[in-house]
Write a protein that binds this ligand. Structure first.
Ligand code: LMR
Length: 327
């Protein structure tokens, strides 16, 4: 009996102490890009909005430039509770789901407006839940933009890429895309790309204007083909355990702040695609190659068989829904 009352007293003391010193919930947001990018700016906007509205309750700490985790480790770390939020590229969920592979199909979306239409439509919204069984919650999409091809030699037609080594994100569709060109794809973390290019260990890579600019790939890649052959967007994710462990009002406020930060990030993405392309073209370090319609058509024909290859895994209906978003 005495033991029980002692235990109750200790419990009361502990609870009392916790109430008195309740520290804010720490929300670590890890990403791999520079701060001055659509994702970097979205993350800092989110941090600031949360500080303004939920200060004392939740504190967001942003870790850019792969400082905390690279994209190949961040989801594992999230499931272990070591990080609470991230926004990996949609190409980096291959280990967790095949559904998001739709976004990697080459020449699927004609522009970012089509990507937005698909993401916000019923099929895109349903895909947000595709990680649920793995313990992850898709909170929203964030844009970066269309991908371009950079290389140490000019790439005007698909034959120019044959035999060359390209860094890709960890996606089987992207692997197939380069194999369709008779090129050699290598899955490598973002943090290693600059050195791989600089040392000529690889010949090229695909990325958005903002990533090519902010990570200085253009300084070590003399040619960039404006191919717009695919999209690089993000999924903002958290773990189910963290998200559902928050009280309802905190969760609602966080989601609201995140939606606003995403809208802001999307605006930055649109602006940066233009600005960074211009800065690269004006730098004199890299030549931006435009394709004629006939050249572009050759790339479409070379890469398009990838659709059939993945139709079984992705689903013909989903592909059709994405195609329709171009109208
Ligand atoms: C890449 O690995 O090239 C991109 O996913 C990096 C990023 O997060 O934009």
């Amino acid at each position: 009996m005495r033991l029980i009352s002692a235990a109750v007293a200790t419990l009361a003391l502990t609870v009392g102490a916790q109430v008195a010193t309740a520290a804010p919930v720490e929300l670590k947001f890890s990403h791999v890009v520079a701060e001055n990018t659509p994702k970097g700016q979205m993350a800092t906007k989110f941090r600031d909005l949360v500080a303004e509205r939920l200060g004392g309750k939740v504190e967001v700490k942003v870790y850019p430039n792969s400082q905390l985790f690279g994209d190949n480790k961040v989801l594992e770390a999230m499931l272990l509770g070591d990080v609470q939020m991230a926004a990996p590229s949609l190409s980096k969920f291959n280990k967790y789901t095949t559904a998001l592979q739709i976004f990697d199909l080459p020449f699927l979306f004609k522009d970012m407006a089509a990507v937005e239409k698909f993401q916000q439509g019923p099929a895109g919204q349903k895909l947000l839940g595709s990680l649920e069984k793995k313990g992850l919650v898709g909170l929203g999409y964030l844009h970066n933009g269309m991908k371009q091809l950079s290389a140490s030699d000019p790439l005007r037609v698909p034959a120019d890429a044959a035999g060359k080594k390209f860094r890709i994100m960890a996606s089987d569709v992207l692997s197939a895309q380069f194999e369709a060109l008779d090129a050699v794809p290598l899955k490598k973390p973002f943090s290693e790309v600059f050195t791989l290019l600089q040392t000529r260990a690889i010949d090229g890579q695909e990325n958005t204007w903002s990533n090519i600019y902010s990570k200085k790939f253009f300084e070590v890649q003399p040619f960039i083909t404006e191919s717009n052959h695919g999209v690089l967007d993000y999924l903002v994710v958290t773990s189910k355990e963290f998200w559902m462990g928050l009280d309802d009002s905190t969760r609602t406020e966080l989601k609201k702040a995140l939606d606003e930060a995403i809208a802001y990030g999307n605006k930055v993405a649109g602006d940066k695609a233009e600005e960074d392309k211009k800065a690269i073209a004006e730098s004199g370090r890299s030549e931006v190659l435009s394709l004629t319609d006939a050249e572009r058509q050759q790339w479409v024909e070379a890469m398009k068989p990838v659709w059939k290859q993945f139709e079984g895994e992705i689903g013909a209906d989903l592909i059709e829904a994405a195609v329709q978003s171009n109208n």
